[in-house]
Ligand binder design. Sequence first.
Ligand SMILES: O=C(O)CCC(=O)C(=O)O
Length: 274
Amino acid sequence: MKTPTYPLGIHYQFPFVDRKERGQLLNWLETLRPLWEERFSAHNPPPDGDQHRPLLRPVYWLGNWQFACLDYYHPPKGTLHRCLRAEPYPPQLKQIVDRIEFIAKKRFPRSFFPEKWKLNTCLINFYGDKLEDGKWVDRARVGEHKDFEPGPVGSLSLGERAFFQFVQGKSTLGDDNIVFSQWLEDSSLQIFGGDKWKSKTFHRVQRVEDRLGVLIGPAVEGFRTRRINFTFRYVPEEHIYALTEMPKPQREDIQSYLETLALHSTYFKKLLTP
Ligand SMILES: O=C(O)CCC(=O)C(=O)O
């Protein structure tokens, strides 16, 4: 594939982090214990035709944690008790996020930014193979979806490169619905914003290459990680809740996740300490 020219609303930079920063991030990532979340829960059971199932990959959130079983952040209607205040960015990531905000503001028109926009939320996705019934199965992809947090989203990739696409609608028309495709390389930055890329199209990760044969990231039982992606987003502060502000059903649904996180994170340990 030729190097694409990037349309307004998509910025791509490779490399974005240098070897030293990459190394620091990978060292810090080793200290995390990502979670295998279930999509649904006792108080939020699967709708008709769906079933209880784990997510395709382990995840970790910073800034606020959007648990799958609380249905993620979905304005304008789904904003209440969806986002639990979580760990702040570590210093090595904070600096990188400041740079991404600066670049986004330089590259994109003001109309792309909601008031008070800042990248205060980060989803870390771990891509790789999952051990299923004794076999390693490639689970390194994400289906079409939108990131509903308002304003531009910044995406930093580490590890094997990923084939990323924006598509129009969840169509079964083969390739007809593809609007823009690109590879996201190791250490690259992608930022996308504006109506076309945030609202009018979906995005997905079609596949992650397996060329280097190198595993990265923290140990996760039954999983081999070959790519790690950080997406930085904005959630208005008034939509981020402390644990004490969460109603009982939501607290019950996430309690076991918090206990698991508390085994390795001082932030979550403190949160659960009366
Ligand atoms: O892994 C990526 O490059 C994209 C991840 C993504 O689409 C998301 O976190 O919403």
